[in-house]
Structure formats: structure tokens, C-alpha cells
Write a protein that binds this ligand. Structure first.
Ligand code: ZN
Length: 191
């Protein structure tokens, strides 16, 4: 066993790091169809989460979004400690807000051979506040970020929680169908 063999092994592990951003709501409508998904997924249709923001308001927003997705039965988010959780849900600090620019939400993911193993999702309180997003708008942005956490991509239709500039639309049947299809489709295959 040589050192170079060890290095070679590291190089062969396929790690994907991705990023989704959600911008301020507005714009066009296209026809609704099953929400598309990327090649990445969790091994099964459940994952553990922890809400790490200190804001009581945004803790409630994340909890509402979790409840809304869990109610669909397509995927189950289970509460875990911040240390153990696969998915961390938080808010941007004021300095992170500056870097986010026009992005109201952001989800970063880490996958190995297209299997997700770590997700960080954050909401941008400063921008949500400045643009007068209501409590339900904020919840929709959180639901959208959780959509990415499960492996959903953007839906070009405005009638989807996964529309890239979504603000006023909650989880739709097309989104539930997208999650179901994602978990009936092997990792590595996108829709
Ligand atoms: Zn997005």
C-alpha cells in the first residue's frame, strides 16, 4: 500500500458540491408539469434536519415548511441534533446577506456518487423584510429550499413552489409528484 494509491482513491470518489439560489419574486407563467429533478438524491426518501437559526420567527418558518412537506407523505424530514443532522436550516447573518445580493434563499448541497449527504439551506431575512414578504411568502421560500434539499430542480411553471422566483405559491401536486418520481428514479438520473 503506497501513498500514491491512497491519493488515487481519493481522486476517484466523485463529490459534487452544488448551489441553488432563489431570487426575488415576479415574472412569467408557463404551463405546469411535474417538477424536474437533478441527478442527486438521498439514499431513501427521508433525511434528518436541525434548525440552527437563533431567530424564533425563522425557526417557526422552517418548522412550518417541514410540516408542509411531511404532510405530503412523499418525503419525511426527521428532527436530529445539530451535530448529527444531514440538513441544516438557518438564516444568513447580516454580512452573509450582503453577499447573497438579490437571493432570498440559498441551498448548498454535497453529494458523493450523486447521493446527497449534506445540505445547508438559509433564508435571507434582510431581503425578505425589505421586500415585504409576508409570513406565508417566507414559508414558501423555505418550502422551495427544502425542495432543493430533496433533489428538486426549478420548475419553469409559476404554479410550482419550485418556480425560481416563487413567492406566493406553496407546495403543489406537481412538486409532490416531482419528489415521488425523484425517489422512484435511481441516483445519477435526472428527469
Ligand atoms: Zn431555487
Amino acid at each position: 500500500m503506497t501513498r500514491s494509491a491512497w491519493y488515487r482513491k481519493i481522486v476517484m470518489v466523485v463529490v459534487t458540491i452544488g448551489l441553488f439560489v432563489s431570487q426575488i419574486g415576479g415574472a412569467v407563467a408557463l404551463s405546469a408539469s411535474t417538477t424536474p429533478f437533478g441527478p442527486e438524491r438521498f439514499v431513501t426518501n427521508h433525511a434528518t434536519y436541525a434548525i440552527t437559526t437563533k431567530s424564533a420567527y425563522y425557526q417557526r418558518i422552517w418548522r412550518s415548511a417541514i410540516r408542509a412537506w411531511n404532510k405530503t407523505g412523499a418525503f419525511t424530514f426527521k428532527l436530529a441534533s445539530a451535530k448529527a443532522a444531514q440538513i441544516k436550516l438557518t438564516t444568513a447573518t447580516p454580512s452573509e446577506s450582503q453577499q447573497l445580493g438579490r437571493d432570498v434563499g440559498l441551498t448548498e448541497f454535497w453529494a458523493r456518487h450523486n447521493y446527497l449527504f449534506k445540505i445547508n439551506s438559509e433564508l435571507n431575512p434582510e431581503l425578505l423584510h425589505n421586500y415585504g414578504y409576508s409570513r406565508s411568502d417566507d414559508t414558501h421560500v423555505a418550502e422551495h429550499e427544502l425542495g432543493h434539499a430533496m433533489g428538486l430542480a426549478h420548475n419553469p411553471s409559476k404554479h410550482s413552489v419550485m418556480y425560481y422566483e416563487n413567492r406566493s405559491v406553496g407546495i403543489q401536486q406537481v412538486d409532490i409528484n416531482g419528489v415521488k418520481e425523484r425517489y422512484q428514479t435511481p441516483a445519477g438520473q435526472a428527469s
